[in-house]
Design a binder for this molecule. Sequence first.
Ligand code: DGI
Ligand code: FE
Ligand code: FE
Length: 212
Amino acid sequence: MVMKGNVTTIRKCLKKKLDPFRYEHTLGVAYTAMCLAMKYGEDLYKAEMAGLLHDCAKCYPDDVKLAKCEKYNISITEVERRNPSLVHAKLGAFLAMNKYGVTDMDIIDAILNHTTGKPAMTRLEKIIFVADYIEPRRNKAPNLDMIRRLAFEDLDQATCVILKSTLNYLKTREEAIDEMTLRAYEFYEKEWKKEKGNESVESVTENGEAGL
Ligand code: DGI
Ligand code: FE
Ligand code: FE
């Protein structure tokens, strides 16, 4: 077990476990999450820890991810079995708790829900979900400039646009869509409509999918 809550120690360990691109992304998410935390009054330490650890299980090969889930009794859905890359969120939350010594459930939940999102996310969950998409090293998604601005104006609307872009991307690639991704979008689309009436989410995401 890594020394509890020590950012420097956790970083050293992550540098060994992740490839260089993923490590850079990880630092980007941690810093972006802290910026969003400053804007929205979230705890900076929680944002940093969740950002640092959100992809800690990302770089294991798919079969190793599934084997580790079996070993630790982490249950896998049908969609996850067909798309083992989705599993890094669950496995990452488990490792954050059991290997990196995180006890704060806000941090664990933010790691757990960072890939699909879910309805009615906490502020920290939304911060990590959004930071994952907009961090400076991420550059493939369309409309990133707009989404980056929106993230610092309205966290719920940014969450909604990112979910929509992700769904568009998954549809064009004919990938299985996790029930939770859909439910999350439906929830945030309702919130969007309450706020923006007839202006559709598509009007913001219209020119394309999220090339992740
Ligand atoms: O781990 P990252 O690449 O930093 O980001 P992430 O954890 O958000 O994972 C991104 C990938 O997850 C991206 O390729 C889209 C995919 N994803 C999100 N929701 C779903 C999904 N993939 C499938 N098959 N189904 C989903 O519902
Ligand atoms: Fe991830
Ligand atoms: Fe990530």
